[in-house]
Design a protein around this ligand. Structure first.
Ligand SMILES: Nc1nc2c(ncn2[C@@H]2O[C@H](COP(=O)(O)OP(=O)(O)OP(=O)(O)O)[C@@H](O)[C@H]2O)c(=O)[nH]1
Ligand SMILES: [Mg+2]
Length: 324
């Protein structure tokens, strides 16, 4: 989805700028012209590279809400904007300083002194933004790793941790999310696909959610919330009544009630781990086992129908809204 280039460090940029500025002097006699060429080269390289860093980030005010919420959770949109504007500031400052220094070259006896002064000031500006560049590179790695979501009919697979969400997605798609017997194994949103007749569907494995208020949620859970708020046509809510996930069924069902109030999507409940569940479990929902496969096809067929139905309703509503 995003493909932002590596953000260089301040030291890498300074090394590159000064190396090229030394080359720019080649063939020129020591003096004003040589110093001018050096200042121009060093500053142009820094200004161009710094501006490029900023340009390569997406416009944070115009990306999809799903991505802006997720980037906010993982990176912090405000921090990102501050670092980007520090880098822009540094580019303008270096540009002004170097032009002012070039203007002074005519009026001084020793142009090399002016050059050394401006290099010193450029060096301290770059040191000032060194942490911003490091942060932007980390942000770039996080943003580039975000999943590519499309507008295809989409099933979101949610529930408490450890209930078998990834096992379900892994069973029905080619996606291979990590499956393990501890909570919060899935740490980000994972997208799988399923082709049925001539329609492709997105199946999104969400990180686990606990039943707690938004301000208590960890960044792993907040990624699931961002997906539930902005993506999807239907939610498959998986519960594990066996206790093997480590959580009470009552807590899981309370979370389901809370989500139903907040998320305006159809919910389908699947009661998982049928292979180790006594027959008497009396929760409303599809009984399935992602381990043995029992009941999985029935849930899936129902979900595919629901997702397609919701998607076409949503498209029809969007068309109505667009109509004059
Ligand atoms: N007996 C049994 N175990 C299952 C079944 N489905 C999943 N498990 C086990 O439950 C554990 C959790 O499975 P995951 O698929 O990783 O659960 P998850 O909901 O994705 O967990 P998080 O990513 O941590 O939220 C693993 O040890 C699975 O092998 C099932 O139908 N029967
Ligand atoms: Mg998982």
């Amino acid at each position: 989805m995003f493909n932002i280039s590596t953000v260089p460090t301040a030291q890498e940029l300074l090394d590159k700028a000064f190396r090229k500025s030394v080359r720019a002097r080649a063939g020129k006699r020591a003096g004003k012209r040589a110093d001018k060429a050096m200042i121009l080269t060093a500053s142009n390289i820094l200004v161009d590279n710094l501006r490029m860093v900023v340009r390569r980030f997406p416009n944070l005010d115009s990306i999809d809400e799903y991505y802006s919420d997720t980037i906010d959770t993982l990176v912090g949109i405000d921090k990102l904007k501050i670092s980007l504007s520090s880098v822009s500031w540094a580019a303008s400052k270096i540009y002004q300083l170097s032009r002012a220094a070039i203007g002074r070259l005519d009026r001084v006896q020793d142009p090399a002194v002016v050059r050394r002064q401006v290099y010193g000031r450029i060096g301290s500006i770059m040191r000032e933004i060194a942490a911003d560049l490091d942060f932007l590179n980390e942000a770039r790695n996080t943003i580039n790793a975000l999943p590519h979501v499309t507008n295809e009919p989409t099933i979101l697979v949610g529930g408490y941790p450890n209930v078998g969400k990834s096992s379900f997605v892994s069973r029905i798609t080619k996606a291979r999310p990590q499956i393990a017997s501890y909570p919060f194994t899935t740490k980000g949103v994972i997208v799988g696909h399923i082709q049925c007749a001539d329609q492709r569907y997105q199946i999104i494995d969400l990180p686990g959610l606990l039943d707690r208020p938004l301000n208590k949620r960890n960044p792993i859970e907040l990624q699931a919330i961002a997906a539930l708020k902005h993506l999807g046509d239907v939610v498959l809510f998986i519960v594990d009544p066996t206790g093997s996930c480590g959580y009470d069924l009552a807590e899981q069902l309370h979370l389901l009630d809370e989500l139903r109030l907040e998320i305006m999507l159809p919910f389908v409940v699947a009661v998982n781990k049928a292979d180790i569940m006594p027959m008497i479990a009396t929760i409303e929902g599809y009984r399935m086992s992602t381990k043995s496969g029992e009941g999985v096809d029935e849930v899936l067929n129902y979900l595919l129908d629901k997702a397609a139905e919701h998607k076409s309703q949503a498209s029809a509503m969007a068309q109505d809204e667009d109509a004059p």
